[in-house]
Write a protein that binds this ligand. Structure first.
Ligand code: PEP
Ligand code: MG
Length: 585
């Protein structure tokens, strides 16, 4: 039995067989085929070679156009290598004579040649080993398919175990079969974590080396309450967890009763609980949990889960469906927040060295105007059908906001000329998720109708801690006094300028932070549907004066430990079982 501690992301306990999703492409196990399967493997190999050559040629042409003939030569070299019979023939022989699968033959074939290069005398030749690794990787991607394709082959009731999962792959998990998720990588607010937590199954991330300790079919326990995975449990542990799975279902049932109760504090202050969604189809669940509208529609998932970029009509249909499902409740559509961890950099044609600080989000949209305008046209068109608001992500300078507004104004003009209906007074807001935006909130306040504080990014950019990196996950916390001060400053500025301010980062879903957020002055929170009942339970148990007192106390602390201890103590005063709400450690 192995017990591995990770980061709890979505609550609940599940016991099921593991489906291990090989991810690194490094761990290729020896596999052979029957004589009858040899031709099929050779065909697969040919297809993979053709596709890899096509990819290299495309990269070559792109490099030449952007950087000139010299850098393009590296791709000419790769093309020569991948066509070199002294490399390709032995791979074919491994399949034909040794009955290896194409995957295994490619991995062993390339690694053997790479090893030979590594032993050569000159540094120049030794470095060629990494070119061979690159080629092997290109071929294996085509032979193994994308994570989404492999996930389509899941059978029965399983826990998916992987080193890493893209947010798009997480969004496409078949919930009839996948009962839990355990990943080596990721932090509490990585985008994969956010998508996974909306699935309603127990999820633990940041399990470091779990995927190498598990084999397909092993019995695995995913404890999303404590952030633990147990591999091959002994009978005693198994029966303990079966009892705890029962308790966890009972707790969810009790919380579900909260759905029809109003989020009102004991002194009668009404709090608005909105939902964070990635797709329109999440809205019925959101409403069932008591959500009062959509505070954050992460539209980039429309882009990430389809083979080609969404057309204006694709956008329009999805937003229209949302507005219809919301029946008059507000819909806040955030424009594409693409980049960073929302697509895997390894698969990008030209990966960025520091994507979290790179061409992501509004920066990406402002450099890809046709794509941005397409989305804005659809948002505006749907604004004629109901209460739609548009929100720009990752604004870090006033110029960016003005440029985004200018593009919006331009698109409005275009629609006007075409005689297309839209709401000319559509509320325009921005995410405050970069310290510069929080510090300059009073300048921005003159130019927007609303602020939505995105603590997921605000924490990472304030503390210089990658939100998705499990190695620094212990440093990533909203309890840091610097983060709390920034949040407080934005709320104050919003109040001073009459700009509606809400918070849509994962902190809004943490019952342990609810009192603090109310005490700082927030009256609207936007969170994933599944977390609404637990937060509502805290809201109904407190009064605002008590929350304000807590916020003042917290304001005097200079360490996150003090803050966390204080939040825990206060929660203990209002909720009989505070540990059930506690996820920060
Ligand atoms: C945030 O950064 O807090 C946020 C809500 O946006 P996302 O998690 O999509 O980056
Ligand atoms: Mg963000």
């Amino acid at each position: 039995m192995d017990i591995v501690k990770g980061i709890p992301v979505a609550p609940g306990v599940v016991v099921a067989r593991a489906f291990v999703l090989e991810d690194t492409l490094e761990r290729i196990s020896p596999e052979h085929v029957e004589e009858s399967g040899v031709e099929r493997e050779l065909d697969r190999l040919d297809v993979a070679f053709k596709k890899a050559q096509r990819d290299i040629q495309a990269d070559r042409d792109r490099a030449e156009a952007r950087l000139g003939p010299e850098p393009a030569k590296i791709f000419d070299f790769h093309l020569a290598l991948i066509r070199d019979p002294s490399i390709t023939n032995p791979i074919r022989t491994r399949i034909r004579a040794d009955h290896m699968t194409a995957v295994y033959a490619v991995a062993t074939g390339f690694r053997q040649v790479a090893d030979r290069f590594r032993q050569m005398d000159t540094e120049v030749l030794r470095q060629k080993a990494s070119d061979l690794h690159d080629l092997e990787h290109r071929l294996l991607v085509h032979l193994l398919g994308k994570q989404e394709d492999r996930l389509a082959r899941v059978e029965g009731s399983v826990v998916v175990v992987a080193h890493e999962l893209t947010p798009a792959a997480a969004a496409s998990l078949d919930l009839q079969k996948v009962r839990g998720l355990a990943l080596d990588a990721g932090g509490r607010t990585s985008h994969t974590a956010i998508v996974a937590s909306a699935l309603g199954i127990p999820v633990v991330l940041g399990l470091q080396r779990l995927s190498s300790a598990v084999r397909d079919g092993d019995l695995v326990i995913v404890d999303g309450d404590s952030g633990i995975a147990v591999v091959r449990p002994d009978p005693e542990t198994l029966s303990r967890y079966e009892r705890s799975a029962l308790r966890s279902r009972e707790r969810s049932r009790r919380l579900a009763e909260m759905a029809h109760l109003d989020p009102v504090t004991r002194d009668g202050t009404r709090i608005r609980l909105m939902g964070n969604i990635e797709f329109a189809h999440e809205i019925p669940l959101l409403l069932a949990q008591g959500g009062e509208g959509v505070g954050l529609f992460r539209t980039e998932y429309l882009y990430l889960t389809r083979p080609s970029p969404p057309t204006e009509q694709d956008h329009f249909e999805e937003y229209r469906r949302s507005i219809e499902l919301l029946e008059g409740r507000p819909l806040t559509i955030r424009t594409f927040d693409l980049g960073a961890d929302k697509y895997t950099q390894e698969r990008a044609a030209d990966p960025e060295r520091n994507p979290m600080l790179g061409l992501r989000s509004i920066r990406y949209c402002l450099q890809n105007l046709p794509m941005f305008r397409t989305q804005l046209r659809a948002i505006l068109r749907v604004s004629a059908l109901g209460p739609v608001r548009v929100m720009f992500p990752l604004i870090s300078t006033a110029l960016e906001l003005r440029q985004a507004r200018m593009v919006l104004g331009d698109v409005m003009e275009e629609l006007g000329e075409e005689g297309v209906e839209f709401d000319p007074a559509i509320p325009v807001g921005m995410m405050v998720e970069v310290p510069s935006a929080a510090l300059l909130a009073s300048s921005f306040a003159r130019e927007v109708s609303f602020f939505s504080i995105g603590t997921n990014d605000l924490i990472q950019y304030t503390l210089a801690v990658d939100r998705g990196n499990e190695r620094v996950a212990n440093l990533y916390t909203g309890a840091n006094p610097a983060v709390i001060q920034l949040v407080k400053a934005v709320i104050r500025t919003g109040r001073r300028f009459g700009v509606e301010t809400s918070l849509c980062g994962e902190l809004a879903s943490e019952p342990s932070f609810t009192m603090l957020l109310l005490g700082l002055g927030l009256r609207t929170l936007s969170l994933s549907a599944g977390r609404i009942p637990a937060v509502k339970r805290v809201i109904r148990a407190v009064d605002i004066e008590q929350c304000e007192r807590l916020a003042r106390r917290v304001g005097s602390f200079d360490s996150e430990r003090q803050v966390l201890r204080c939040l825990r103590e206060e929660l203990g005063q209002v909720i009989p079982d505070p540990d059930e709400c506690w996820t920060e450690d």
